[in-house]
Design a protein around this ligand. Structure first.
Ligand code: BGC
Length: 450
């Protein structure tokens, strides 16, 4: 029987503090990736950037993310989840500060690369940390709070861009990113290491005393033996183990889900929303920016629904409803571009909102939840590295190819292509993604390895 049905525990204030501090990483992820959309308008004339140079400034963060994801898993295994988060928040402070004082194109590139490394590291370390520290009954909600913080970071960056636009103050846009990073850096020293990692290091006393601080009552004690046995016999699995035939299948499930999160096209909207609205016929720049803020708000609101539902109705249902809704919205969007009639403005706006909303209910948060749960402890950080690396790699490819696709296939062809990929993702989830709601990480491990 799943843990969910047997144990009802209250949440300690300390646990809530820990979760809030850890989710700031998500905020930084969102802010850093989206702030460029507003800053670029002013960077281009200030540094006399050519179109390819602008492309480099925008995409450099994704190169950093790929690098960060590659080292993130190794850091979490070696130094622990908490220290990795501390290092990442330092990297964010340095990156934001450097960007705010840049006097040259080269400095912009380095600043963006550094910020990207921070984002890449936290996208492995933060969901891992939150998942391992959470009680099973609330794990879905807590990991999805991390995604809620990502969406808030994106929205706030849109708002900051809008506010700073009048004074053309791009330096402030970047510098403000250092504020939550500094706050998190200080608070992180009051956070514990995760019990799972400590058990894996053989530090059983420390792991148990942390669990005692994090949980009310005594129910968590039933879990300790399972946690120890999941941690002790194999310690950290080698890369050979990660790719071994026994684990290859579960590795692939996470990697493919992670790739679907990107190739269904979300970041074409997040990074290029004003551009899409422009193509759809919005003539004023303010209209396009305002519409972009509405997109950001829908993203936040729909994520809240998902946070609320994840531990109630489970991961699979949200993924399936989300993918179905995204596919329908994309078909309507593609159709609106195809017909190209007078109401394309409204149709584009409504279907884009619906598309973002359905992403935020399903693939957005649930991907991070599933990635943080399905991998057995001995390969967890390495397998996440592979999945997150694939996520950033495909994010890069989709962002890079989007404008070319629009030029080559038109708006209709491009969005219908994403619709076809989304239908494929629905089938994949239906066929392969297991339901993990309410189970302990150790129960999931034995279900996967059965
Ligand atoms: C994705 C990002 C995306 C964001 C949008 C995240 O889950 O990984 O690529 O920009 O959601 O809310």
């Amino acid at each position: 029987m799943g843990y969910q049905r047997t144990v009802k525990e209250k949440l300690t204030p300390y646990l809530l503090f820990v979760i809030i501090v850890a989710t700031i990483s998500g905020f930084l992820f969102g802010y850093q990736t989206a702030v460029i959309s507003g800053a670029l308008i002013f960077l281009a004339p200030a540094f006399h950037l050519s179109i390819p140079e602008q492309g480099v400034v925008v995409s450099m963060i994704l190169i950093g993310c790929i690098l960060g994801a590659l080292v993130g898993g190794h850091m979490t295994d070696r130094w622990g989840r908490k220290k990795t988060l501390i290092i990442a928040s330092m990297i964010f402070i340095i990156g934001s500060f450097l960007l705010s004082i840049c006097q040259s194109y080269e400095c912009l590139i380095i600043g963006r690369l550094i910020s990207g490394i921070g984002v890449g590291i936290v996208s492995v370390a933060a969901p891992l940390y939150i998942s391992e520290i959470s009680p099973p009954r609330h794990r879905g909600m807590f990991v999805s709070l991390y995604q809620l913080a990502v969406t808030l970071g994106i929205l706030i960056s849109f708002v900051v861009n809008y506010q700073c636009a009048e004074s053309a103050n791009w330096r402030l846009m970047f510098l403000l990113g250092a504020v939550p990073a500094a706050l998190q850096f200080i608070c992180l020293f009051f956070l514990p290491e995760t019990p799972s990692w400590l058990f894996k290091q053989g530090e059983e006393k420390e792991g148990t005393s942390i669990l005692q601080k994090l949980r009310y009552g005594k129910n968590w004690m039933n879990q300790i033996e399972a946690m120890k046995s999941a941690a002790s016999p194999h310690r950290i699995g080698s890369w050979k183990v990660v790719f071994s035939s026994k684990l290859r299948f579960v590795l692939l499930i996470g990697v493919v889900l992670s790739i679907f999160q990107q190739i269904t096209g979300i970041n074409t909207v997040i990074y290029y929303a004003p551009k899409i609205f422009e193509i759809a016929g919005f003539t004023s720049a303010t209209g396009a920016i305002a519409a972009t803020m509405v997109v950001g708000t829908v993203n936040v609101l729909a994520t809240i629904i998902s946070v609320w539902l994840l531990d109630r109705i489970g991961r699979r249902k949200l993924l399936l409803v989300g993918a179905a809704g995204m596919a329908v919205s994309l078909i309507v969007l593609g159709g609106a571009f195809f017909i190209g009639s007078g109401w394309i403005n409204e149709a584009a706006l409504v279907s884009l909102m619906a598309y973002v909303g359905f992403f935020a209910i399903g693939l957005g948060p649930v991907t991070w939840v599933i990635l943080s749960e399905i991998y057995p402890l001995k390969i967890r950080s390495k397998a996440m590295t592979v999945a997150v690396f694939a996520n950033w790699g495909f994010n890069y490819l989709v962002s890079l190819s989007f404008l070319d696709l629009i030029q080559g296939m038109g708006g209709a062809g491009t969005f219908l292509l994403y619709a076809a990929i989304t239908i494929l993702s629905f089938w994949f989830v239906y066929r392969f993604i297991p339901e993990t709601r309410g189970k302990t990480l150790e129960e999931i491990e034995s279900m996967i390895l059965r």
